[in-house]
Ligand binder design. Sequence first.
Ligand SMILES: [Zn+2]
Length: 362
Amino acid sequence: MIRGFVECESPSDDRTAVNRFVELVADTVSGYAKVKRTKGGRFGDLLQCEMALPGRRKSGQILALGHSDTVWPMGTLRSMPFRQEKGRLWGPGSLDMKAGIAFFLTAVEGLRELDVPVASKVLLQLNPDEEVGSEVSRGLTEKNAKVSKAVLVLEPGTGMTGKLKTARKGVGDFTVKVTGRASHAGVDFQAGASAVLELARQIDHVASFTRMDKGITVNPGVIRGGTRSNVVAAEAEAEFDIRVLKLRDAPALERRFRKLKPFDKRCAVEVTGGLNRPPMERSAGIVKLFRLAQGLAREIGVELEESLTGGGSDGNFTAALGIPTLDGLGAVGEGAHAVNESLLVNRMADRTALIGKLLAAI
Ligand SMILES: [Zn+2]
């Protein structure tokens, strides 16, 4: 199943490709799920699968959350083919997160075959735009989460032991655009107001917003500006990635960006952006869900640990609504978004079993 999923490439920005993958998943579950597809605008379709599971009475819902898109452009398979080697499965999107989807579906198939009663309604939602910010899918994720008692996120675990994620930082981005005044660097130097110089000062200032002790980071990841070395630059801009551990720290950080003033009064500074994923804070409900998972994992001889990660997922949205969310239940491996993307074959069975046990126990 993982091979089939990985070999069906599905980059976020290729709607047709993502829909081929969505079709493949829909076909896979056709014997045991009620499938609903919703248009995702410029992205692929959003997929919802309501699983038919043993056990007659259903009370409450468990939402299993995943994404159908990957960060890899079409054709990546040519240089990074799916393969099984050195105890791992390799390939674009294998770890993040097609294996997680396959584990979940295999767990559902197992529960059905073994006739294990599941007390909750189980809904799988796959989003087509997670790798690019979940702008289109966020509403549906929140709608489904609000009527769920727990959310299980099928993203990969942390590190080579597959720690679950009980906290994630919130993520945002800002663009700082400086407009200066162009002039000839030789003939008319003083008439110019350099946007590049102004931006350099702004970057140094903004970088000081980082507070490692509070888990706040501000990264100037991209800069652009100027036209030629002999022209005083009229325009320059920088893109910043921001991360916060606590939601209460976000408004003050956003205000500091919005209040940026030019050092050189002849320049203008324009700021756009904001927080787009709230942090997933380690709530009592999340801890309770993690303890449950830990106990279930012990039954199959696995000692589960928890982790905090700076990376965001759709679990950030559901946790911010106060719905107990357990993230990182997918594959164990390394190299998400990197050429060494791979997952451990010898951790596939216990991850699948853990998902099945959670569905039956919640
Ligand atoms: Zn992912």
